[in-house]
Write a protein that binds this ligand. Structure first.
Ligand SMILES: [Zn+2]
Length: 499
């Protein structure tokens, strides 16, 4: 007996078996139930998301004599007759190979004949974006005035290539990528049904390899069943996918994130020598960094990623070790390679170049991160210092203010030199007393000269800011600069050179 692929064998034949397109299925079932059926539909979405399957179910459902919950019963005479491939009422045309205007005219001529089996003639045009301009025009004429028994279902992966005139005549349905979890459940159900043993993570890996396409996932599943001889393991699926050994891959990823060029090149050479495909290797690395970023940034990463516990833990360690910026740079470097590799015959050179530049990027990041950490430490230290400054600030500010007024009054009296000489003194306000502290003996002597002291006293009493204040001028001991050094050293650590 010829082998039937899982995809063909488990192709849905009722709406209830269609997965991941609930929004479309519900609308179509409602239209059938209310007998509110359109004449032209356009189904768009990525390959393998169920466009043709849904079109076929719909074609039979509109003709079924006793539909069950909107789906074809599969038992009535219409259902049975339409299941025959030779019937003329449900026709599937591949526009990729039938794209000329004559072929479309031939088709639109035929649609004028009434159906032979049921109520409707349904034409399913796959890859409709491949039609020539003239063919589109011929189709448009029929879409403008379709016979009441005609239904067109146009399917395409390239909706932007469809002329607006066609689009405006059609009911549009957008098929979504099927979530991995939904595809995985479908695969598990099929494996259970055909009696294949499997590891749960292996099935999740197959589903994610399908990248939203059920058809692609089932075709990987098919290969895995044969390859793993009835027991589908995570390791087996990795081998089928040609993916890299997870542990070696992590070693390489860590080397990149550490900026260890030497190690990165060594591990990559080991992987390449094993015959790993470089585009696959680059893709695996990008996916690994993405997973680590998920773990780092996303609270329910564990559910979303669905990878084996041991791998999750190992990636979690990386997530704790590296900054998001560094992981992001590494991911970008690897995912950006895809395009570059496509146009190059020197895969290994391009790959190694990217590894080295990613390592250099990581070294730069490491330096920046170190500097940022130092700045953060310094800011913390300074903000502590600023707080203590702030507590004594009002007194300092007020004393300065008083000095400012005193100095300007001295200048008014023609004693600018005295004002300038005094500005290196310290000023304090204590209990109604404005104190000028002078550490320099020469300045102190100058101030103590009678004429100067009189000038200062006069200036002090002349200014309204000093009202109610007493003035004191004291000589203080000279502060040895060396006393400041330990304080500065404590604050700035090794960052400044103190001589
Ligand atoms: Zn039926």
């Amino acid at each position: 007996m010829a082998y039937t692929s899982l995809y063909r064998k488990y192709r849905p034949d009722t709406f209830d078996k269609v997965i991941g397109q609930d929004h479309i299925v519900r609308t179509l079932k409602n239209q059938i139930a209310r007998d509110n059926i359109g004449h032209a539909y356009i189904f768009t979405g990525t390959r393998g998301t169920g466009k043709t399957s849904v079109a076929k179910i719909f074609a039979r459902a509109v003709n079924c004599l006793s539909p069950v919950n909107g789906s074809p019963c599969g038992k009535c005479e219409c259902c049975l007759a339409l299941a025959e491939s030779g019937n003329f009422d449900v026709l599937e045309i591949d526009a990729a190979s039938n794209n000329s205007v004559d072929q479309i005219r031939d088709l639109t001529d035929k649609i004028n004949f009434p159906p032979t089996i049921g109520k409707y003639k349904v034409y399913i045009v796959d890859e409709v974006h491949m039609l020539s301009k003239a063919a589109f025009n011929a189709l448009l004429k029929t879409l403008e005035e379709p016979p009441s028994h005609a239904i067109f279902i146009l399917a395409t992966t390239e909706i932007h290539q469809i002329p607006a005139t066609i689009l405006s005549r059609c009911l549009r349905f957008d098929f979504r990528l099927v979530p991995n979890a939904v595809t995985a459940k479908r695969i598990r159900d099929i494996f259970d049904e055909i009696g294949v043993k499997y590891e749960r993570e292996a099935v999740e890996l197959i589903a994610s390899a399908g990248a939203g396409s059920v058809r692609d996932a089932l075709s990987v599943a098919d290969t895995c069943v044969s390859y793993c001889e009835g027991n589908v393991t995570y390791g087996g699926v990795l081998e089928v996918l040609g993916a890299s050994d997870p542990q070696k891959l992590r070693e390489l990823a860590s080397a990149i994130a550490d900026g260890d060029t030497d190690k990165a090149l060594r591990v990559s050479a080991e992987l390449c020598d094993l015959g790993k495909s470089i585009p696959v290797l680059a893709g695996d690395l990008a996916a690994l960094f993405r997973n680590v970023l998920y773990i780092k940034s996303c609270r329910n990463a564990k559910e979303l990623l669905a990878i084996p516990e041991s791998i999750y833990e190992a990636l979690g360690e990386m997530a704790g070790k590296y900054s998001a910026a560094r992981l992001m740079n590494a991911m970008k470097a690897m995912s950006g390679l895809e395009g570059e590799l496509r146009y190059s015959s020197q895969h290994r050179i391009v790959f190694e170049g990217a590894l080295m530049s990613a390592c250099l990027g990581a070294q730069d990041s490491a330096k920046t991160e170190d500097l940022q950490a130092r700045i953060a430490r310094l800011e913390r230290a300074l903000s502590g210092q600023r707080k203590s400054d702030f507590n004594s600030a009002p007194a300092v500010r007020d004393a300065k203010q008083v000095w400012f007024h005193l100095a300007s009054e001295l200048k008014k009296q023609g004693a600018s030199v005295l004002a300038i000489t005094l500005q290196n003194a310290q000023f304090e306000l204590n209990d109604g007393e404005f104190v000028i502290k002078i550490a320099d003996r020469a300045t102190y002597n100058l101030v103590c000269e009678k004429d100067n002291r009189d000038l200062i006293n006069f200036a002090f009493s002349a200014d309204p800011t000093t009202k109610g204040l007493r003035l004191a001028i004291n000589e203080i001991a000279h502060i040895d600069e060396d006393k400041a050094v330990p304080y500065v050293r404590e604050m700035f650590g090794g960052m400044v050179d103190i001589k």
